[in-house]
Design a binder for this molecule. Structure first.
Ligand SMILES: Nc1ncnc2c1ncn2[C@@H]1O[C@H](COP(=O)(O)OP(=O)(O)OP(=O)(O)O)[C@@H](O)[C@H]1O
Ligand SMILES: [Mg+2]
Length: 265
């Protein structure tokens, strides 16, 4: 579906700060893939997402969607078919607007022909979708999102994105800013939605257990390269120890990342 061919990203080329953040990456994301992405700080994970989403244009190489070259397609156009969630729960939704208005806006984005204003039928539809979150938010549709917790907002961002039916969703440590309980809830919702709606998705996480537990495919990045791409039976057989060992085998150094090791448990 989405293919990256020999993609490199060099920041500040020709200066003392020149930095090859992505180094000749080749990647094919297939429809239905749920890919977890791990790697140390600065490995290039978010930069990879920025390239796929069109936030930045690669220094070299090309990106295509169903054989259509989208290398230079601007981010706002790709946003129509690529959904993205970041760490910060405040980024996904508008604080000074009610929950139902937030849902209405995303809804219109997903169904362009729908120009009607919020009516009771739509309210019922939003309510029935909100019930899935099991957070009681269906009773709070007129409240401004500023009143909601980080976990609630992240769950809402996720739900609204799913309802707009993107071709690909990019989750960049979307549970990292939440407390462990909320992180778990949002993670389980993520898993449920991806499965039920058969979404193609990529999820960056610093938690190696999560990377192993979720998804059908796992990418390990280091220094701007994908050093390990595993799926199916081989992925199912992975353990945190095996992953750390694998890194050592490939890179001849230990996998030193405090956050990752700490969250590996
Ligand atoms: N806009 C930018 N301008 C200059 N350098 C950048 C830019 N964005 C990223 N970089 C650099 O690219 C490298 C990769 O950064 P990136 O944010 O992709 O890492 P990451 O794997 O997401 O790390 P983390 O786990 O800390 O989020 C880093 O050296 C970073 O400083
Ligand atoms: Mg990052």
């Amino acid at each position: 579906m989405i293919a990256l061919k020999n993609v490199s990203m060099v920041f500040n080329p020709g200066t003392v700060n020149e930095n090859r953040a992505i180094n000749t990456i080749n990647l094919r994301i297939r429809e239905g893939d749920f890919i977890t992405v791990i790697g140390s700080n600065g490995a290039g994970k978010s930069t990879l997402f920025n390239l796929i989403a069109g936030t930045i244009i690669p220094s070299q190489g090309s990106i295509s969607l169903n054989d259509r070259d989208i290398t230079r397609e601007p981010e706002y156009k790709r946003a129509q078919y690529i959904g993205r969630i970041f760490q910060n729960p405040l980024l996904g939704t508008a604080s000074n607007m009610s929950l139902e208005d937030n849902m209405m806006i995303t809804h219109k984005k997903g169904f362009k022909w729908l120009k009607r204003s919020l009516n009771n039928r739509m309210r019922d539809y939003f309510r029935s979708e909100l019930i899935q979150l099991k957070m009681g938010l269906e009773e709070r549709m007129k409240e401004n999102l500023a009143m909601f917790s980080g976990g609630q907002r992240q769950a809402l961002t996720l739900l609204m994105m799913v309802l707009s039916k993107p071709d690909l969703i990019l989750l960049d440590e979307h549970t990292a800013a939440l407390d462990p309980k909320n992180a778990q809830i949002v993670l389980e919702l993520t898993h449920k939605f991806i499965k039920e709606y058969k979404l193609t998705s990529m999820m960056i996480t610093h938690n190696m257990s999560h990377a192993i537990e979720f998804g059908n495919r796992l990418l390990m990045m280091d220094k701007g390269e994908i050093i390990f791409d595993v799926e199916g039976e081989e992925k199912r057989a992975l353990t945190v120890e095996k992953l750390v060992e694998k890194f050592h085998q490939i890179r001849h150094k230990s996998f030193e990342n405090d956050r990752t090791l700490l969250s590996a448990e």
